[in-house]
Ligand binder design. Structure first.
Ligand code: ZN
Ligand code: ZN
Length: 173
């Protein structure tokens, strides 16, 4: 815990905890690139509203980023824009936070890194594609079909199979 790299997503809410209930404030994030725990998000942008409630500080808003993975069809880089919905209460004092809920530190700081990481992981596509109509690779020669036709035989019905088909479906039946 103590040896963790300091998060760049820590915000001082100390003053805010002194404010009257219902006080709210808009916070804008605009990072061209940022390290969020083990993830690198490029960019991380968005706006959220912080509202002082009796239980702590409620954060609500939408953040945006772009994830870079590998296209499952052609193996080229696949960039996926993602939106992350922030809708979370950070409890204060921290001892009042139920198990598994987020809390504001004793020092009045909120660290958004664990929340942003969790949201980004949830939005990560299981099967990313470089573009919706990606043609993938030729199963014969391995050429990237987005870059052009390779000229391989792509007859959907194998002649041997079509002969079998005739045997299975005799026309005189
Ligand atoms: Zn692709
Ligand atoms: Zn081919």
């Amino acid at each position: 815990m103590t040896n963790k790299r300091p998060s760049r997503l820590r915000f001082n809410f100390g003053f805010f905890l002194e404010a009257t209930l219902g006080t709210s404030r808009t916070i804008e994030l605009n990072y061209p690139t940022i390290q969020v725990e083990d993830l690198t998000l490029s960019p991380l942008t968005g706006t959220f509203t912080a509202t002082r409630t009796s239980e702590g500080v409620y954060l609500s808003g939408t953040l945006h980023s772009t994830l870079i993975g590998q296209c499952v069809r052609c193996l080229e880089p696949a960039t996926t824009p993602i939106s992350m919905q922030v809708d979370d209460l950070f409890y204060y004092p921290p001892q009042t936070a139920p198990e598994g809920e987020y809390a504001i530190g004793e020092d009045g700081f909120i660290d958004l890194a664990p929340l942003v990481r969790e949201l980004a992981v949830l939005e990560t596509p299981i099967q990313p594609v470089c573009r919706p109509d990606c043609q993938g690779l030729c199963i014969e020669c391995g050429q990237n079909l987005n870059e052009g036709d390779c000229g391989c035989e792509s007859d959907p019905i194998d002649p041997r199979l079509s002969a079998l088909q005739q045997l299975l479906n005799p026309s005189d039946n």
